[in-house]
Design a protein around this ligand. Sequence first.
Ligand code: S3P
Length: 172
Amino acid sequence: MRDDVRLELPVVLVGPMGAGKSRVGQRLAASVGAPFIDTDARIVERYGPIEQIFDREGEEYFRIVEREIVAEALREEAVVSLGGGAVLHPDTRDDLASLPVVWLRVSAEAVAPRLAGSNRPLIASGGIAAWTAIQEARTPIYASLADFDIDTSRRSVARIVEDITEQLGGTR
Ligand code: S3P
């Protein structure tokens, strides 16, 4: 753990499926000694597997549940990784306007092996083509919310964490 950095919390990680939000968030939190919250994991804890929620109740219901969890997480002093589509909710976009937001990007080429074997409902049938269409549609939203972006395609998690820490000006 680094005791020479202190970040304004929460710090929020956004970006498409497979960009590394959970892995990076976990490592960033450990590095600065902050709690880590993965909103997808909280949804699963409280409501069960995400693919089951999509299957039984549909995406609209999932977004309502997700918003509840995200609103709660953003009130905590933590590093928070949001599910890729959490930014679709207008109230979440409002919340993020006043928080430090990091956009993790990734190329389709680099993400393809990361998503292999994934059970994410939105790409279950469309694969990488579906991923590309979704991430292109959401790019303007991520861009409007983020303080800066980092391409995770070829960087190690350690390097990404260093870059985020530096960009957030966490040195005291
Ligand atoms: C989704 C992304 C997933 C998860 C759900 C929907 C999306 O999270 O919340 O499958 O709409 O992009 P990750 O971005 O962590 O994969």
